[in-house]
Design a protein around this ligand. Structure first.
Ligand SMILES: C[S@@+](CC[C@H](N)C(=O)[O-])C[C@H]1O[C@@H](n2cnc3c(N)ncnc32)[C@H](O)[C@@H]1O
Length: 210
Protein backbone atom coordinates (compact mmCIF):
# COMPACT_ATOMS: atom_id res chain seq x y z
CA UNK A 1 0.00 0.00 0.00
CA UNK A 2 1.12 3.57 -0.67
CA UNK A 3 2.80 5.14 2.37
CA UNK A 4 4.19 8.30 0.77
CA UNK A 5 2.51 11.16 2.66
CA UNK A 6 3.69 13.81 0.19
CA UNK A 7 2.22 11.91 -2.78
CA UNK A 8 -0.97 11.30 -0.82
CA UNK A 9 -1.59 15.02 -0.30
CA UNK A 10 -0.49 15.81 -3.88
CA UNK A 11 -3.20 13.47 -5.15
CA UNK A 12 -5.76 14.55 -2.56
CA UNK A 13 -5.52 18.26 -3.37
CA UNK A 14 -8.82 18.61 -5.25
CA UNK A 15 -10.86 16.77 -2.62
CA UNK A 16 -8.94 17.92 0.47
CA UNK A 17 -11.23 20.67 1.71
CA UNK A 18 -14.30 18.39 1.73
CA UNK A 19 -13.14 17.44 5.20
CA UNK A 20 -13.77 20.97 6.49
CA UNK A 21 -17.40 20.85 5.27
CA UNK A 22 -18.42 18.15 7.76
CA UNK A 23 -21.19 19.81 9.77
CA UNK A 24 -20.09 18.39 13.12
CA UNK A 25 -16.73 20.20 12.76
CA UNK A 26 -18.30 23.61 12.35
CA UNK A 27 -18.28 24.67 15.99
CA UNK A 28 -14.63 23.71 16.51
CA UNK A 29 -13.49 25.28 13.23
CA UNK A 30 -15.26 28.52 14.09
CA UNK A 31 -13.47 28.65 17.44
CA UNK A 32 -10.09 27.76 15.91
CA UNK A 33 -10.54 30.47 13.32
CA UNK A 34 -11.34 33.07 15.96
CA UNK A 35 -8.37 32.08 18.13
CA UNK A 36 -5.95 32.09 15.18
CA UNK A 37 -7.18 35.39 13.82
CA UNK A 38 -6.74 36.92 17.25
CA UNK A 39 -3.22 35.56 17.82
CA UNK A 40 -1.96 36.46 14.35
CA UNK A 41 -3.52 39.92 14.18
CA UNK A 42 -0.97 42.34 12.66
CA UNK A 43 1.73 39.63 12.64
CA UNK A 44 3.99 38.53 9.81
CA UNK A 45 3.25 34.82 9.74
CA UNK A 46 5.12 31.86 8.31
CA UNK A 47 2.64 29.09 7.61
CA UNK A 48 4.17 25.66 7.09
CA UNK A 49 2.43 22.84 5.19
CA UNK A 50 -0.37 25.22 4.20
CA UNK A 51 -2.07 22.76 1.87
CA UNK A 52 -4.94 24.26 -0.11
CA UNK A 53 -4.94 27.39 2.01
CA UNK A 54 -7.96 26.82 4.23
CA UNK A 55 -6.21 28.44 7.20
CA UNK A 56 -4.19 30.84 5.06
CA UNK A 57 -7.39 32.44 3.85
CA UNK A 58 -8.69 32.86 7.37
CA UNK A 59 -5.49 34.06 9.01
CA UNK A 60 -4.88 36.52 6.17
CA UNK A 61 -7.93 38.49 7.27
CA UNK A 62 -6.15 39.78 10.37
CA UNK A 63 -2.42 39.14 9.80
CA UNK A 64 -0.11 41.80 8.40
CA UNK A 65 1.34 39.29 5.94
CA UNK A 66 1.66 35.52 5.42
CA UNK A 67 4.18 33.40 3.59
CA UNK A 68 2.33 30.13 3.06
CA UNK A 69 4.54 27.16 2.22
CA UNK A 70 4.07 23.52 1.29
CA UNK A 71 6.08 20.79 -0.38
CA UNK A 72 3.39 20.11 -3.02
CA UNK A 73 2.86 22.40 -5.98
CA UNK A 74 -0.63 20.94 -6.56
CA UNK A 75 -1.91 22.22 -3.21
CA UNK A 76 -0.10 25.56 -3.49
CA UNK A 77 -1.76 26.13 -6.87
CA UNK A 78 -5.16 25.66 -5.25
CA UNK A 79 -4.24 27.88 -2.31
CA UNK A 80 -2.95 30.62 -4.62
CA UNK A 81 -6.14 30.52 -6.71
CA UNK A 82 -8.21 31.70 -3.74
CA UNK A 83 -9.27 35.27 -3.36
CA UNK A 84 -7.23 37.22 -0.79
CA UNK A 85 -8.82 40.67 -0.68
CA UNK A 86 -6.16 41.76 1.79
CA UNK A 87 -3.38 41.15 -0.78
CA UNK A 88 -0.98 40.08 1.96
CA UNK A 89 -0.28 36.44 1.05
CA UNK A 90 2.66 34.90 -0.79
CA UNK A 91 3.35 31.25 -1.52
CA UNK A 92 6.50 29.20 -1.77
CA UNK A 93 7.48 25.55 -2.09
CA UNK A 94 9.22 24.51 1.11
CA UNK A 95 9.90 21.25 2.93
CA UNK A 96 9.19 21.36 6.67
CA UNK A 97 12.53 19.60 7.13
CA UNK A 98 14.42 22.16 5.06
CA UNK A 99 16.65 24.81 6.61
CA UNK A 100 15.78 28.29 5.37
CA UNK A 101 17.89 30.84 7.18
CA UNK A 102 16.79 34.44 7.34
CA UNK A 103 13.24 35.64 6.95
CA UNK A 104 11.44 38.24 8.94
CA UNK A 105 8.58 36.37 10.52
CA UNK A 106 7.25 37.04 13.95
CA UNK A 107 4.85 34.10 14.15
CA UNK A 108 4.48 30.52 12.97
CA UNK A 109 1.41 28.45 12.10
CA UNK A 110 1.20 24.75 11.29
CA UNK A 111 -2.19 23.22 10.60
CA UNK A 112 -2.61 19.45 10.58
CA UNK A 113 1.04 18.71 9.92
CA UNK A 114 2.13 17.67 13.44
CA UNK A 115 0.15 14.42 13.18
CA UNK A 116 2.00 13.51 9.98
CA UNK A 117 5.50 13.79 11.45
CA UNK A 118 7.17 10.57 12.57
CA UNK A 119 7.78 10.62 16.31
CA UNK A 120 11.47 10.02 15.68
CA UNK A 121 11.62 13.15 13.48
CA UNK A 122 9.50 15.43 15.66
CA UNK A 123 12.43 17.15 17.38
CA UNK A 124 14.08 17.81 14.01
CA UNK A 125 10.77 19.12 12.67
CA UNK A 126 10.43 21.50 15.60
CA UNK A 127 14.00 22.78 15.28
CA UNK A 128 13.43 23.55 11.59
CA UNK A 129 10.09 25.25 12.28
CA UNK A 130 10.91 27.18 15.43
CA UNK A 131 14.19 28.61 14.21
CA UNK A 132 12.18 30.60 11.67
CA UNK A 133 10.69 32.86 14.34
CA UNK A 134 12.48 34.96 16.96
CA UNK A 135 12.25 34.33 20.71
CA UNK A 136 8.88 35.49 21.94
CA UNK A 137 7.24 34.86 18.56
CA UNK A 138 3.82 33.26 18.58
CA UNK A 139 3.72 29.59 17.59
CA UNK A 140 0.46 27.78 16.91
CA UNK A 141 -0.11 24.19 15.86
CA UNK A 142 -3.56 22.72 15.36
CA UNK A 143 -4.47 19.13 14.62
CA UNK A 144 -6.90 16.28 15.17
CA UNK A 145 -7.92 14.53 18.34
CA UNK A 146 -8.74 10.85 18.12
CA UNK A 147 -12.48 10.58 18.61
CA UNK A 148 -13.80 7.02 18.68
CA UNK A 149 -16.69 6.60 16.28
CA UNK A 150 -15.63 9.64 14.22
CA UNK A 151 -11.91 9.30 13.53
CA UNK A 152 -10.72 6.86 10.90
CA UNK A 153 -9.62 3.84 12.94
CA UNK A 154 -5.94 3.25 13.52
CA UNK A 155 -4.97 0.30 11.36
CA UNK A 156 -1.31 -0.04 12.33
CA UNK A 157 1.10 1.01 15.04
CA UNK A 158 4.83 0.75 14.37
CA UNK A 159 7.52 -0.15 16.94
CA UNK A 160 8.20 3.56 17.63
CA UNK A 161 4.55 4.15 18.50
CA UNK A 162 3.59 5.94 15.27
CA UNK A 163 -0.01 5.24 14.28
CA UNK A 164 -1.38 4.82 10.75
CA UNK A 165 -4.79 4.98 9.11
CA UNK A 166 -5.88 3.27 5.90
CA UNK A 167 -7.48 5.88 3.68
CA UNK A 168 -8.97 5.78 0.19
CA UNK A 169 -9.00 8.67 -2.29
CA UNK A 170 -11.79 9.35 -4.77
CA UNK A 171 -9.64 7.81 -7.53
CA UNK A 172 -9.82 4.50 -5.64
CA UNK A 173 -6.18 4.46 -4.50
CA UNK A 174 -5.49 3.18 -0.97
CA UNK A 175 -2.93 4.79 1.31
CA UNK A 176 -1.48 3.95 4.67
CA UNK A 177 -1.28 7.41 6.21
CA UNK A 178 0.83 8.32 9.23
CA UNK A 179 -1.48 10.05 11.72
CA UNK A 180 -0.31 10.53 15.29
CA UNK A 181 -2.54 11.76 18.10
CA UNK A 182 -0.41 13.44 20.79
CA UNK A 183 -1.72 13.93 24.30
CA UNK A 184 -1.74 17.43 25.84
CA UNK A 185 1.14 16.41 28.12
CA UNK A 186 3.16 15.23 25.15
CA UNK A 187 2.53 18.54 23.37
CA UNK A 188 3.57 20.54 26.44
CA UNK A 189 6.71 18.41 26.68
CA UNK A 190 7.69 19.32 23.12
CA UNK A 191 6.56 22.95 23.38
CA UNK A 192 7.47 24.14 26.88
CA UNK A 193 5.01 26.63 28.25
CA UNK A 194 2.40 25.85 25.63
CA UNK A 195 -1.28 26.30 26.30
CA UNK A 196 -3.11 23.28 24.90
CA UNK A 197 -6.77 23.72 24.09
CA UNK A 198 -8.76 20.57 23.46
CA UNK A 199 -11.93 21.08 21.48
CA UNK A 200 -14.32 18.27 20.60
CA UNK A 201 -12.45 17.09 17.49
CA UNK A 202 -9.28 19.16 17.39
CA UNK A 203 -6.48 20.50 19.57
CA UNK A 204 -4.53 23.72 19.48
CA UNK A 205 -1.08 24.17 21.00
CA UNK A 206 -0.26 27.82 21.51
CA UNK A 207 3.24 28.76 22.58
CA UNK A 208 5.84 31.46 22.45
CA UNK A 209 9.17 30.58 20.90
CA UNK A 210 11.67 30.36 23.76
C1 LIG B 1 -3.23 17.53 6.39
S1 LIG B 1 -2.60 18.59 5.17
C2 LIG B 1 -2.77 20.15 5.99
C3 LIG B 1 -2.98 21.29 5.06
C4 LIG B 1 -3.32 22.60 5.73
N1 LIG B 1 -2.29 23.02 6.65
C5 LIG B 1 -4.63 22.50 6.47
O1 LIG B 1 -4.59 22.49 7.72
O2 LIG B 1 -5.69 22.46 5.84
C6 LIG B 1 -0.87 18.29 5.29
C7 LIG B 1 -0.04 19.11 4.31
O3 LIG B 1 1.32 18.88 4.60
C8 LIG B 1 2.03 18.91 3.40
N2 LIG B 1 3.31 18.25 3.62
C9 LIG B 1 3.55 16.93 3.86
N3 LIG B 1 4.86 16.72 4.06
C10 LIG B 1 5.46 17.92 3.94
C11 LIG B 1 6.81 18.36 4.04
N4 LIG B 1 7.81 17.50 4.29
N5 LIG B 1 7.08 19.67 3.88
C12 LIG B 1 6.08 20.56 3.62
N6 LIG B 1 4.78 20.20 3.51
C13 LIG B 1 4.48 18.89 3.67
C14 LIG B 1 1.13 18.22 2.40
O4 LIG B 1 1.46 18.53 1.07
C15 LIG B 1 -0.23 18.75 2.84
O5 LIG B 1 -0.58 19.89 2.11
Amino acid sequence: MNTDIVAYYRDRAAEYENVYAKPHYLRDLTRMTAISQDIFRDKTVLEIACGTGYWTERIARTARAILATDINQSVLDMAAAKDYPTGNVAFRIEDVFGRYPGGTFDALFGGFIWSHILLERLDEFLVCALERVPPGGAVVFVDSRYVPGYSTPISQTDPSGNTYQTRRLENGSEHLVLKNFPTPDFLRGKLPGAEVIELEYFWLAIAQRT
